[in-house]
Design a binder for this molecule. Structure first.
Ligand code: IMP
Length: 202
């Protein structure tokens, strides 16, 4: 499968990360802005899957290229899986992650290690030129730390501790994180889906 994929995001960091992962498909990933599609999409779904598909369909209406979108979030078990699907809006989009991360650490004050379990979840949706819709989902399991650690990544990475690495996802290199992250794994699964599709259509 050659050509390009339009990714329904305005986040340049995500495009870079996704291009690294999709490289071996021989496809170029461009943002909706770079494809000249400027629309505002309201993420009003109640699941990651719904939000991802909502974004992919909205952009697919403007192009015959493959469109992909993702939706992700952090689920903290002790907080009944908050902030979950509302992660991007937790405490307001303009509040800094230093403040959001400190707030979550405060809300887990006195909570022992084994009850600090959490996961990042990512759902990817794709709409193909013939209208076929594909979905994948993946997670990475971890624990909420006691302080921010690490300067890589973004968002909640400094408080997301992965026991296998003995590090937070903000202490992993970009390559290391891509190999184990929710988004990296969901994209790998989407690559497999696209390859299957290519096989069917040959
Ligand atoms: P969206 O998928 O762009 O709607 O954003 C989901 C939100 O979840 C982000 O704004 C972050 O707060 C959080 N999040 C998702 N993935 C990650 C990650 O890999 N590291 C840190 N935070 C993340």
């Amino acid at each position: 499968m050659a050509g390009r994929i339009i990714f329904a995001t305005g986040n340049a960091g995500k495009i870079k990360e996704i291009n690294m992962i999709m490289q071996d498909m021989g496809m170029q990933v461009v943002s909706m802005k770079d494809a000249g599609i400027v629309i505002d999409i309201e993420e009003n779904g109640t699941t990651y899957e719904e939000n991802a598909m909502l974004k992919a369909r909205a952009v697919a209406a403007y192009t015959d290229d493959i469109v992909m979108a993702d939706d992700s979030g952090l689920e903290i078990d002790y907080l009944n899986k908050e902030p979950g699907v509302y992660s991007a809006r937790y405490m307001g989009e303009d509040t800094s992650y230093r403040i959001k991360n400190a707030n979550l650490i405060d809300r887990l004050e006195g909570v022992p290690d084994e009850k600090r379990t959490a996961r990042f979840v990512c759902a990817i949706a794709a709409v193909l030129p013939d209208g076929t819709e594909l979905h994948t989902r993946a997670t990475i399991e971890g624990r909420i730390g006691y302080e921010e650690r690490g300067a890589n990544g973004f968002g909640f990475d400094p408080i997301f501790y992965v026991p296998e690495f003995g590090k937070t996802t903000a202490e992993l290199s970009e390559e290391e994180k891509n190999q184990v992250s929710h988004r990296g794994k969901a994209l790998e699964l989407m690559k497999e889906e696209l390859r299957k599709y290519e096989g069917i259509n040959r």
